[in-house]
Ligand binder design. Structure first.
Ligand code: B16
Ligand code: MG
Length: 225
């Protein structure tokens, strides 16, 4: 079979593992300590967004101006709370269909990368015991610009030595989809079409998805474009 897609770049939070709920709890605890309201809608805005940009979003809600050092302290506090929630994370928290897809991609000789804004990405992949599936891991420690900048995904493609147009990004966040499109890559959004309208293709989840289906879908999208 001829392959348009030679590499798949996975986002982490919300695609491989359901950690968004722990980010939410940790941000909510921090926001409450600052007496700033924070709800699920706010959390949706923070998906895929770096830790410091997320903090700035929360502080802006209360028009709080803090020094860079004060912000750094709050970001560290949030991360310690988040780490408390994820220290015992295990394979039971992986999202359905992920392992089967990773195995199928390996069997089809497709390169696999991680493209996450999280600075905790390697810790989480290790805890889940899936690090060995990844040819390349790009995380928040390696990039200057967060999503929607294409930097994360372009760096992953560069490290894989695969042209951007032969990469498919799998993302759950609107900002991540924007980043994939800006990188000139194909994008599969995971979640609801309402948040992910810029993606080339949206699925509810990864259950039952195989490389053969991905290849067929991208070929049909390419013919239409
Ligand atoms: P950390 P992703 C992102 O991961 C999360 O979606 C986002 O909510 C979080 O603020 C960001 O990582 C930074 O995470 O505080 O662990 O460095 O979705 O790009 O895999
Ligand atoms: Mg995500």
């Amino acid at each position: 079979m001829s392959k348009i897609i030679e590499a798949i770049i996975f986002d982490l939070d919300g695609v491989i593992v359901d950690t968004a709920k722990y980010h939410f709890l940790a941000w909510k605890e921090l926001a409450m300590s600052l007496k700033i309201p924070f709800d699920e809608n706010d959390n949706e805005q923070l998906k895929g967004v770096s830790r410091i940009q997320s903090l700035e979003y929360i502080l802006n809600k209360a028009e709080l101006n803090l020094t860079p050092l004060e912000k750094e302290k709050l970001a560290t506090m949030k991360n310690l709370r988040y780490l408390d929630h994820i220290t015992t994370i295990d394979t039971t928290e992986m999202l359905p269909g992920v392992i089967e897809l990773l195995k199928d991609l390996r069997a089809n000789d497709i390169k696999i990368a991680l493209g996450s804004a999280s600075k905790n990405a390697s810790f989480i992949l290790d805890r889940l015991g899936i690090m060995h599936y990844f040819d390349v891991v790009v995380d928040g420690n390696m990039t200057k610009e967060g999503k929607p900048s294409p930097e994360t995904f372009l760096l992953a493609a560069h490290e894989l030595n695969i042209p951007a147009e032969n990469c498919l990004v799998v993302e759950d966040a609107a900002k991540g989809v924007e980043a994939a499109i800006a990188a000139n890559m194909w994008c599969l959004g995971i979640g609801d079409t309402h948040h992910l309208s810029l993606a080339h293709w949206v699925r509810k989840d990864l259950i039952g998805l195989s490389f053969s289906e991905i290849n067929k879908k991208i070929q049909s999208l390419q013919m239409k474009s």
